[in-house]
Design a protein around this ligand. Structure first.
Ligand code: DAH
Length: 341
């Protein structure tokens, strides 16, 4: 038994180490492989006298168990070292592509409209969505108790009736006229709020672009040409426009502008309610009283203004029949819009 040197072998096994998988495999082959040291011991067993065989067999089995236990413990120590060093990474793998976001259809239409006006000298002026009663109504010729206030169901702040969510982008006209000397040529895109029942056709949040031009000798003809240019740029060369007389407290005279229906080209369809025309904006010559409210001399200066909705043209452009889709943030809807602007 002594010449098999089992104690030495056990010590050797116990002192073995492996710091990676290939050293571990080397260890396994050396001690537990088919031609390994433990197998060799079992081969030797046959050569031993029958009397001593049983005791030696037990001892060899003990060596084998120790070798196997050591294998397990070396395995465990390698994998725990690997864990602490983080997962094994293949740095040559291609990266995971990040999905590119798309612009919201309302932003696309707003940007398109804004750029058209910028090309003819308008600058963008954005204002707050929380407004004062003065800017939203009174300065725009809608004093308290004016019936026109009813046309715009308003969200007020409970604790202060002078503060409200703007019902249109027109208050930005007041802010700019109060702080700027004419000539003024601005557009004011933004979000507006009205306390309306939400349906496929109307929402309590929507978007407008306000336009304002104040200078000496501004006439309705200027307004007409500007809006005609806008309509052609926005909706295509053959777009027709028409003005219908209307009423807004802050403009005199006032008008609403229709464009020929984009869908049926004027022949009549459900979108234009078979009239061939779709209303897209309100406009007019700035009422002298509004200029005076902002300390602009109405004898010297005149101006025009317009208020253009964004949702309706967007619905026409993309054939969207439910305004609520713009506000639901459903990825399946939003992913369909690709635009560079
Ligand atoms: N503020 C009006 C509205 O929301 C739209 C409007 C009409 C704006 C005529 C104007 C204008 O500047 O001149 O209904």
């Amino acid at each position: 038994m002594a010449d098999l040197n089992l104690e030495n072998l056990i010590q050797e096994i116990e002192e073995s180490s492996a710091s990676n998988h290939s050293e571990l495999e080397q260890y396994r082959i050396e001690y537990l492989g088919k031609k390994g040291k433990v197998k060799a011991l079992f081969a030797k067993l046959k050569e031993v006298d029958e009397g001593a065989r049983k005791a030696l067999g037990a001892k060899i089995n003990e060596v084998k168990n120790k070798a196997e236990a050591k294998l397990e413990s070396l395995k465990a120590s390698i994998s725990s070292e690997k864990k602490s060093g983080g997962p094994e990474q293949d740095l040559s793998l291609p990266g995971v592509p990040l999905a590119l976001g798309t612009r919201h259809p309302i932003s696309i239409v707003r940007n398109t409209m804004t750029q058209i006006f910028q090309r003819i000298g308008f600058t963008v002026s954005e204002g707050p969505e929380i407004e004062t009663d003065w800017n939203n109504f009174t300065a725009l010729n809608m004093p308290e108790d004016h019936p026109a206030r009813d046309m715009q169901d308003t969200f007020f702040i409970q604790t202060d009736p002078d503060i409200l969510l703007r019902t249109h982008t027109s208050p930005q006209q007041i802010r700019v006229m109060e702080s700027t000397e004419p000539p003024i040529r601005i557009i004011c895109p933004g979000r507006v709020y009205r306390n309306e029942t939400i349906s496929a056709r109307s929402h309590c949040i929507f978007h407008q672009i306000e336009g304002l031009y104040v200078d000496e000798n501004v006439s309705f003809a200027d307004l007409r040409q500007t809006l005609y240019y806008f309509a052609k740029e926005m909706f295509g060369e053959d777009t027709q426009i028409r003005f219908r007389p209307s009423y807004f407290p802050f403009t005199e005279p006032s008008a609403e502008m229709d464009i020929s229906c984009l869908i049926c080209k004027g022949d009549g369809c459900p979108v234009c309610k078979h009239s061939g025309w779709v209303e897209i904006l309100g406009c007019g010559m700035v009422d002298p009283a509004v200029l005076e409210n902002c300390n602009i001399d109405s004898e010297k200066y005149t101006g025009y203004a317009f208020g253009l909705g964004i949702e309706r043209p967007a619905m026409l452009k993309y054939r969207i029949d439910d305004i609520r889709l713009f506000f639901e943030n459903d990825m399946r809807f939003l992913e369909q819009f690709q635009s560079a602007i």
